[in-house]
Design a protein around this ligand. Structure first.
Ligand code: NAD
Length: 491
């Protein structure tokens, strides 16, 4: 099946006919192509989205939209196995993790179906004001046409996390998937078409960030942009939106720390450290990339961590036994390798990894890597690596651990491991992050808010907050008194 843009309910090539290659990260081979689109295709998508709103989407009930969201959920469910395999070929993740992703996408559409239904009963809520001659009521109105820009690390899940709440809210969507992994998002559009979503309500335009993504960010016909990606790209999107005074939500990068206190079971700690740092090859915005270990257990933990990390099975994502797959691209693999070399040159000590695994030179593999003695000005401490690379440092007391954890330009997530509930609570409150995990690392729930502070972005996705990101609060104020107002009385 040819991969085409989906605009106004029609499948179409880019206007130039140009395409971008789709590469399997496990082999480095091109196996497909996607359209290379730009500003003109984005214009067409925005126009189609406005036409769909005018044609009636804007006036649909939440209950009606819920029916469509549930149909999309069951469409994903019915193709989940094929979608999971496609996701692995497109972005390299392991088949086990890709299957979780499909389940997450299904659950996301079902969850926002329920929230869309609930929205009908929340319209017209009265607000008590100080003057009884006025009735004030609230309405939650759809923001209008929204631009959704997503990355490649969880392609279908990232799309679902934005598309489902946007449609639940009654918005019309222009969706720009990552040029490195667009295939399952295009399948999502086919599923939405099959589910009966009216033409123009969901448009998918493929292309490069600097061309297609930039056109979405700068489009005056888009009321709101919701962007997930790197902090550098987020800054450019913010500049483009500033020119329009346009609404924006940013979910950006991270450099999340985990604090491990000495009262925790070491095996429990190792499991969550690996979960936080190696899941999806460490290509997770909220990945644990700095582990701070209390000095009393430092040596024992490091010894176990070395054995566990170097024992992880690296290989193609489609092999069932693989625990760590390839990175997304040759550029990403080379960037990770360069940062590790740079970090070591600056004084960090390799505990394990730091190379391409033997027999895996084809494809974009990189060994699970742990580094010690990482100074605060080391590149591996400061920069988001976005690969299977973990820094481990020591601390001696709680205040020092918190200070080290907060020593980052980012503030997406943090974690604390301790058997002392009071200490966990105390530390969690002082960690400067949008998400704090206690005695775990990495779980994301559709019902709970997701997002960061500092240079990790602003606003929250998921949960009820995720849907309200796509709603505007309107007050409707009625003067109900039989008496004249009198201020400019003409008589
Ligand atoms: P990226 O910023 O390169 O690209 C993300 C998306 O933005 C892609 O669709 C890309 O085409 C587009 N884009 C790039 N430049 C753009 C521009 N100037 N204007 C408009 N759009 C543009 O990021 P990536 O490499 O795809 O993803 C990795 C990054 O995403 C990491 O930094 C990671 O931390 C972050 N991320 C954050 C979250 C979160 O929830 N906070 C989730 C996943 C990934």
């Amino acid at each position: 099946m040819q991969n085409l843009n989906f605009i106004n309910g029609l499948w179409c090539q880019s206007l130039s006919g140009e395409t971008l290659p789709v590469i399997d990260p496990a082999t480095g081979e091109i196996f497909d192509e996607i359209p290379r689109s730009g500003a003109e295709e984005v214009d067409a998508a925005v126009e189609a989205a406005h036409a769909a709103l005018r044609a009636g989407w804007l006036r649909t009930s939440g209950a009606y939209r819920a029916g469509l969201l549930r149909a999309i959920a069951s469409g994903i469910q019915s193709q989940a196995d094929a979608l999971a395999e496609l996701e692995v070929r497109d972005c390299g993740k392991t088949i086990t993790e890709a299957r979780y992703d499909m389940g997450d996408a299904v659950a996301c559409f079902e969850y926002y179906a329920t929230l869309a239904e609930g929205l009908d009963g929340q319209q017209g809520t009265p607000v008590q004001v100080s003057d009884p001659r006025f009735d004030v009521k609230l309405r939650h109105e759809p923001a209008g046409v929204v631009g959704l820009i997503v990355p490649w690390n969880f392609p279908l899940v990232n799309a679902a996390w934005k598309v489902a709440p946007a449609l639940a809210a009654g918005c019309a969507v222009v969706l720009k998937p990552s040029e490195l992994a667009s295939l399952t998002t295009l399948r999502l559009a086919r599923i939405a078409e099959g589910a009966g979503l009216p033409a123009g309500v969901l448009n998918v335009v493929c292309g490069l960030g600097s061309e297609c993504g930039a056109a979405v960010a700068a489009h005056p016909g888009i009321a709101k942009v919701s962007f997930t990606g790197g902090t550098e790209s987020g800054r450019k999107v913010m500049q483009a939106r500033a020119n329009l005074v346009g609404d924006l939500a940013l979910e950006l990068g991270g450099k999340s720390a985990m604090i491990v206190f000495d009262d925790i079971d070491l095996d429990h700690a190792i499991e969550w450290i690996l979960m936080g740092s190696m899941y999806n090859q460490g290509q997770v915005c909220a990945a644990t990339s700095r582990v701070l270990v209390q000095d009393t257990i430092f040596d024992a933990l490091v010894e176990k961590l070395q054995r566990a990390a170097s024992g992880l099975r690296v290989g193609p994502g489609l092999e069932a036994s693989t625990q760590v797959g390839p990175l997304i691209s040759v550029a990403q693999r080379d960037r990770v390798a360069r940062l590790v070399r740079q970090g070591v040159a600056q004084g960090a000590r390799l505990l394990c990894g730091g190379d391409v695994p033997a027999n895996l030179e084809t494809g974009y593999f990189y060994s699970p890597t742990v580094v010690l003695d990482v100074a605060r000005d080391n590149v591996l401490w400061r920069e988001e690596v976005f690969g299977p690379v973990l820094c481990v440092s020591r601390f001696s007391n709680e205040d020092q651990a918190i200070e080290l954890a907060n020593d980052s330009q980012y503030g997406l997530a943090a974690a604390v491991l301790s058997n002392d509930a009071e200490r966990r609570e105390r530390v969690a409150r002082q960690l400067v992050a949008g998400i704090v995990w206690a005695n775990c690392s990495g779980p994301a729930f559709i019902q709970a808010p997701w997002g960061g502070v500092k240079q990790s972005g602003f606003r929250r996705g998921l949960g009820q907050w995720g849907m309200h990101e796509f709603l505007e609060l309107k007050q409707i104020t009625t003067y109900n008194s039989p008496d004249a107002w009198g201020h400019f009385n003409a008589s």
